[in-house]
Structure formats: C-alpha cells, structure tokens
Design a protein around this ligand. Structure first.
Ligand code: ADP
Length: 548
C-alpha cells in the first residue's frame, strides 16, 4: 500500500532541458572554440541550441530513430557540443569514441556499439579513410566541417558535410519528452585489460550528475565562470562539463586539438578562462611552458585535476607559483565520472596549513548522490579511520549497474544492497575523506605487505629534477615483488639514481623505498593520458634488481 503520494509535476529529466535553459537565460553567453581548421570560432548558447535542433532534424532525415547510435571522433568544440545535444536530445545515443585508441580498437568499439552515424573532425579524415571498409554498421560518415574544407576526393562512401546537413534544416523542431531512463550516451573504458567495455548513461543519470557536479563543494561552476575543459569530450563526457556548464550558464571555451602548453596558455589568457579541468599529464605541459617563459595567469583561478592521482608537488606549483587552486577529484567512466572531490570543511580551518594541505591532497569526500565503502577481501566493511585500506565500492544513480552488451553483473552484494567494485584500493578517514592507495592491479606486493605506487610517485615528483615518475612492481626472488621507479628527468636537469633514492629517506618507511631507479626519455601513456603501467611492467619484465 503506497502512503500519501507527492503531488508534484512529473517532468522527466531531459538532457535537452539543459541547453534550452542556457539558450533562454544565457543566450548571449559565448561558446568559443579553437577549431581543428586552425581558427577561432565564436557562438553563444542561443545559436548553439538552434543548431542542435537543426542537427536533430538532419539526423532524423538521415533515417535515425530512437536508440540509434551517433558516434563521434572529435576534439572539444562547438560542433561536438551540438552533437551531444542534437543526438541525445532527439532520443538518439551519442557515442564518443577516443581517437587516441589504436585504430583496431576504434573499429572494434564502433562495431560493438552498433554505430549508425559517425561524425568526425578533419584531423581524423585519413584514419577514417583507412577504417571505413571495416565499419560495417556505419551507414553515414559525416565530416565535421564546411564545404570549403571537404576533400575533393575520398575513399569514404557517400561522405557528408556537417555544415551542409545542419544548414539545410530550419530548426522548427520541438525537443521531445520521453522516459528519463532512456539511454543518452555511451562511453567506453580505455580497456587497460581486455576489450573496452561500454558504460551507457541515461538522461536521468546525466542531469543528476550535472546538478551534483556544479555544487560549490563539487566542481563549483557558476554563471560568471569561463570554463575550459582540457579533458576531452571523449573522456567520460569531459567529466560532465558540457552538461553542467549550460546548467549554470557559464561561458565555455574549447581548445580543439591544440593541447600543447603554448596554445593552451594563449587561449586561457585571450578568453579570460577562470576554471579548467584535466588529468595531471596535461598540466605538466602547461606548467613547463609557463615556467620557461616566465608567464603568469591573469584570470585562471581554479582547476579540477583527476583521472589519476595529482602529485602534491604539482598542486604546490599551481597554487604557490601561479595562484591556481587545485581541486583534486576522483571518479571513473562507470561513474559518469564524479565520485569524490577534495574540499575542506570549516572545522579544518583550525588545522595548520600543512595538515590542511594533506587533506586536499586526498581524493576527497563523496558528492551527494554517491555512496561508498571500503571492503576487506571477504567483502566485510572496513572502518573509516584513515588507516585501514580496502577495496573501494560505490553506489548511486549515476553509477552503472551493468556493462553494455555484457551479460552478468559486475556488482557485489553487501548488506543487502548492490555496489559497484571500482578496482581501486583506498582508505577513508572519519571525516569521509577518501584516499586512493592504488588501483588494485598496480599495488606492489612485497613479502605480503602492500606498497602504494602512488606514494612513491608523489615523492619522486617532489624532486626538482623529476618531470614524471612511475613506480611499478618488479619480480623479486625473495619478496615476490619490489618497487622499481621509472623516471623522466626535466630538460637540462641532472640527478643520479643514488641521489634520488636518498631523497626517499625519511619521506617513507625504509622498506618501501624503491630497489632501483631507471631513467627513460618517455613514459608511455594510455589514451586518456594516464601512465600505462601494464606496458611499463612488460617493458621491465626482465629487469634485474640490484642484489638479485
Ligand atoms: P580508463 O582510463 O581506465 O578508461 P577511467 O578514466 O574511468 O578509465 O579511470 C578510472 C580510474 O582512474 C579510477 O578507477 C582510478 O583508478 C583512477 N583515478 C581517477 N581519478 C583519480 C585520482 N584523483 N587519484 C587516483 N586515481 C584516480
């Protein structure tokens, strides 16, 4: 027997409502894109919403119907934004593909997702020319450019011009309302182990995530911000920013493919960017460029860093040298992606600056909507004491409960509820601040004790001569595994392995200090800009640690 029912309107949470809101209340707020074509393009929320409607009409004219997948291989830009809304808003499913994956993986993903339309930036024309014959499900290839940039000749059958498709329509289109649990978009994990797996988001999950991520203790977006997502729109929907920015009505700036330090710096300054988001590796380039050229930022105030652990040394550089507040956040593709954000409580004002900073270096507190626990190997909940570390599990309305096209559930049942196992190992303190020790497959298991690769990397990164560092497990006859540190030095910096090992003394328990250090010119990264530990472990499989 239901009790008294609420008497509120039934309004499904629709993605289209976000851009409609921005168009109506922030119509003249700008969207600026540095295009793949090389120039700067300026539009606003009103014009973007109109073009999204025209695109919805064009996709219908191509024969797309509810549930059909519209894939993108594209950088961050206004056309990509129009596809987000034009496709999802008209009950199609926007499937963002990561162009940095291997071509075979891209083809595999497009086939797995059953993509019907593939929209791509000019940059990817040669790639698609090669892949097109293997993309069996794709009926329409759309080049995201104007007539002037269309190739005179191409092997791609019936290649269409995005601008012509859009401009042929009149925009006389009303966004439909339908079940808010309808699929809106798909994003595949980068598949460090096995084939990539798809996470299918819904209108409901996306709108709820947009609300939550805009909160002050979350990413904290506001109408007065100028927001530049460096994180790509193919990496978990640029962490939801293309949805939370119109929700608050901020100005949006897109860098296109121009992600080097110089291009980013210039765009930050020219457009007066206040807020940004990206993985640690992208900040390395920007920081190096600014330092080498003795530059400061005039408007840039805050950035979210996540996707992998933000080294405290990077936080300090951004904060102390550049006056940019770093907001450390944690999440994953399966979580839309936001899980936790590190923002202090008022009681932490009483702490000394160092202790305060230690908290900010953690991955942070959950945002409302996400619940988390840490479990031991028998799935028993562990205490929130900041010491016990265990397998991190989460639940919430923007957390997946299954993978696309996969039978079987990835969830674990604890205390009568379903939880998603993140594959991360973490501690949680009494104030709810979660700290990732490692991905479970990256922890270094030395004689039955665990060593956090993140701790070792964070220490190494604090050394002035270190540009980037990765700690990996190396086989050891006695201890099973011991840490090996792989280091890229800063340009023109000098440090020996012995000196760097000495730097660990007093900063970590003696038995956790790496057994050896190797210097390399480059560390491999995944398609989402994370250190590719699997590849490194493979590369150093035969490495003999000293004394073995
Ligand atoms: P992938 O790169 O595998 O496609 P995701 O981008 O979804 O997938 O990666 C999610 C994982 O990234 C998390 O499970 C966690 O291991 C790692 N991660 C994300 N943010 C952080 C962070 N702030 N600190 C440490 N690890 C992080």
């Amino acid at each position: 027997m239901p009790g008294l029912m609420g008497q509120m309107m039934q309004m499904p949470l629709m993605i289209s409502s976000l851009i409609v809101h921005a168009a109506r209340h922030f119509g003249d707020t700008e969207i600026v894109s540095k295009r793949a074509e090389g120039d700067i393009h300026r539009t606003d929320w009103k014009a973007a919403e109109l073009r999204a409607r025209k695109l919805a009409q064009a996709l219908a004219r191509l024969g797309c119907g509810p549930g059909d997948r519209v894939a993108t291989l594209a950088w961050n830009g206004y056309r990509h934004l129009e596809i987000y809304y034009g496709a999802s808003g008209s009950q199609l499913v926007c499937h963002t593909i990561n162009p940095r994956l291997f071509p075979e993986q891209i083809a595999w993903i497009a086939n797995d997702a059953d993509d019907k339309v593939l929209c791509f930036d000019l940059t990817f024309l040669p790639l698609i020319e090669k892949l097109a014959p293997g993309l069996k499900t794709v009926k329409h290839f759309v080049l995201m450019t104007d007539r002037a940039h269309m190739p005179a000749q191409t092997g791609i059958p019936n290649l269409r011009c995005y601008e012509e498709l859009v401009e042929a329509e009149n925009g006389d289109y009303a966004w439909p309302e339908f079940d808010e649990n309808t699929a809106s978009s798909i994003c595949y994990t980068s598949g460090t182990t096995g084939n990539p797996k798809g996470a299918v988001y819904s209108h409901r999950s996306t709108v709820l995530h947009a609300y939550a991520s805009a909160l002050p203790d979350s990413l904290g977006c506001a109408a007065r911000d100028v927001i530049l997502p460096v994180v790509p729109m193919f990496h978990v929907n640029a962490w939801g920013l293309p949805y939370s920015v119109p929700l608050v009505g901020a100005k949006l700036v897109f860098p296109g493919p121009h992600l080097d330090g110089k291009s980013l710096y210039e765009l930050f300054e020219e457009e007066k960017v206040t807020f940004s988001a990206g993985v640690p590796t992208v900040w390395l380039g920007l920081i190096t460029y600014a330092q080498q050229n003795k530059l400061k930022f005039s408007s840039f105030k805050r950035t979210v860093i996540g996707g992998s652990a933000c080294p405290p040394a990077m936080m300090h550089t951004l904060e102390d040298e550049f006056g940019v507040e770093v907001i450390h956040a944690w999440g994953m593709t399966e979580m839309s992606p936001i899980g936790t954000v590190s923002k202090l409580k008022s009681k932490h004002d009483a702490l000394d600056p160092q202790a305060r900073h230690k908290l900010l270096e953690k991955q942070g507190r959950v945002v409302y909507g996400v619940d988390m626990m840490i479990l031991d190997d028998n799935d028993k909940p562990l205490p929130w004491d900041g010491q016990a570390s265990g397998n991190l599990v989460v639940r919430g309305p923007w957390v997946i409960d299954r993978y696309f096209q996969h039978s079987g559930s990835p969830l674990v049942r604890v205390d009568g509820r379903d939880w998603f196992p993140t594959g991360d190992v973490a501690t949680i303190d009494a104030d709810g601040f979660m700290q990732i020790t490692d991905r479970s497959k990256d922890v270094i298991k030395s004689g039955g004790e665990w060593i956090s690769s993140i701790d070792l990397e964070n220490i190494a990164m604090a050394h002035p001569a270190v540009h980037e560092a990765a700690a990996i497990a190396c086989r050891h006859p006695k201890w099973d595994e011991r840490p090996l540190l792989v280091v890229v030095k800063k340009p023109n910096a000098e440090v020996t392995a012995q000196e760097l090992l000495g730097f660990f003394e007093g900063r970590i328990a003696k038995w956790q200090i790496p057994d050896d250090i190797v210097f390399v010119s480059e560390i491999p990264h995944t398609a989402t800009g994370k250190i590719q530990k699997l590849k490194l472990r493979e590369q150093f499989k035969e490495h003999r640690l000293p004394g073995t």
